[in-house]
Design a protein around this ligand. Sequence first.
Ligand code: SAH
Ligand code: SF4
Length: 378
Amino acid sequence: MKPAAKYLLGLDIQELTKLVENYGQKPYRARQLYEAIYKQRIASLDELTVFPKELREKFEQEGYTVTGAKVDQRFVSRDGTIRYLIGFPDGQSVETVWMPDGDDGEAGDGTEAGEEETAPTRFRRATICVSSQVGCAVNCKFCMTALLGLKRNLAAGEIVGQITTVLNDHNVDIAKERVNIVFMGQGEPFNNYDNFIKAVRLLVQGVRIGESRMTVSTSGIVPRIADLSKEEIRPKLALSLNASNDAERTKLIPINKKWDINALVEAAKAFPLRRRENITFEYVLLEGENDSLENAKEVIDIVKSMGKPPDRVKLNLIAWNSGPEIPFHTPSDTRVHAFQNAIRAAGIPAYIRRPRGRDIYAACGQLKKIVSIQPAAV
Ligand code: SAH
Ligand code: SF4
């Protein structure tokens, strides 16, 4: 009988060392494996040419493969965004989104510095949006992923595997090309904290993507904000505010009952920022719901209550991306700009996140594994 599949991606250097020692090998073999799976991003053991053939075959016989992640489907948007449906051997799948030239919502986060060093012919900088869970349990009323419910957590190797698969699909040279990672796909990363942070470490130390190029977004799982602040290796933090008062936020994001705006702001205040780092509040604009100038005033008060210098806290505005079965409306550009101007007039940096891949259900909050694409509003 064939042994059960075992995956190398997701193992850290200590775990790989134990593994090779079980085969009577010296620790340097673990380092070779680590470099091969994370830095070179090999897709199969056949590419592990630094290993003697017999050793490679022994691994294969025992059921080891690099990753279980594979591209089930690809949807290409007219704006160049690609939504990948990435499947795992248990039949579950998630979405991972490739956005050439970023998503603009990350503007002002300092990642533009040194742009001229990038390869100009392919993309200036690309952003990969990665999933941390299959579905999500938080149940935000404006989000299509919520409709899936939570199916399961992703293992660290499944998070990393989404990224290596997409990087390989584009032959990305991490040493030369700029890639940002946003943990903003399916799922609430802080409800799968250990696997999420292990994936971050493997991406930074193994795949060699700088931590300053990574951002994690949370709906507001407050205790994990303090946990993140203690990590030696960590991404930047974005917080989904999405409402300007508790009554509205509780309606939109049920966990606000447990951790309200004040708790979120206190945790954000206590979050130590690194040099040149800022913290982002995300705000999904829902027409007639949270997008009035009164709402903008309340948002200004919330941001000001942080007591941080203006270059340290910014607001990312996201006009709601529509989806079937969700009873909200997307505000007009005029309303979005009026909201942005009100915030900016108070001296707070506010950016509008350009929607990417709306026509293929790849934009924020649209990840619900839609495979039959109806012509959607763009
Ligand atoms: N679960 C995490 C990260 C994924 S969602 C979180 O909620 O923060 C990334 C961002 O997209 C969040 O700020 C979320 O509020 C926003 N979002 C969710 N659904 C959306 C939709 N339909 N249109 C626009 N933004 C949406
Ligand atoms: Fe989950 Fe984020 Fe969607 Fe809320 S917005 S349901 S936390 S993925």
